[in-house]
Design a protein around this ligand. Structure first.
Ligand SMILES: [Zn+2]
Length: 190
């Protein structure tokens, strides 16, 4: 690996420092989906070509670089009076790694405590390309093991309609947790 996948210039990392600080510098988007606030750092179209590496080993390194560029900085600048459990959504290992687990790991700080494999979907339905109606009619059916801290944030790679996040939120609230917000790497809404 001797070239940046974005600009082709010499780089020992998949994405060079210039691209990380330039073209891939994170933005900060806020979207309210019903009563859930969702923060994200990229538009999906900006990083979709990078995310398409996800079925290869390189995908985990690229995702980790993007997570360090965004989630990690977000966590370092975040202030709160108590600890917060960071819950990756459905962090099943696919092709050797889990997207949401890598993102939750980048949040790890004095405040955010990642809790892996706590929110798992019992229904493995694939939502990509499906309508909102289909998504609502085919819930993920989460099995939530609970979290150490009352306050939690939900972590996922992409927010599209928000159906998954809202379902996870309801599931956590049912057992007494407060869902402060969700953080995703990319928002599919342009
Ligand atoms: Zn580059």
């Amino acid at each position: 690996m001797l070239g940046c996948i974005v600009c082709n210039s010499f780089s020992l990392r998949h994405i060079c420092r210039n691209c990380m600080e330039g073209a891939l510098a994170p933005s900060f988007f806020t979207r309210d989906i019903e009563d859930l606030r969702v923060f994200s750092f990229y538009k999906y179209s900006e990083i979709s070509s990078l995310i398409h590496y996800k079925h290869k080993l390189a995908g985990s390194f690229i995702l980790r670089q993007l997570a360090n560029n965004s989630f990690k900085k977000f966590a370092q600048n975040f202030e709160y009076e108590s600890k917060i459990s960071a819950i990756p959504i459905d962090d099943n290992t696919k092709n050797g790694y889990s997207h949401s687990a890598i993102l939750a790991n980048a949040l790890k700080s004095d405040i955010f405590i990642p809790e892996y494999k706590s929110m798992r979907a019992k229904n493995g339905v694939v939502y990509a390309g499906q309508t909102l109606e289909f998504r609502k009619n085919n819930p993920r059916d989460f099995d939530f093991k609970g979290a150490r801290h009352k306050d939690i944030v939900l972590v996922d790679d992409i927010v599209t309609t928000g159906t998954t996040l809202l379902e996870a939120k309801a599931c956590a609230e049912k057992v007494g947790h407060d869902v402060l917000f969700a953080v995703t790497l990319a928002d599919a809404k342009e």
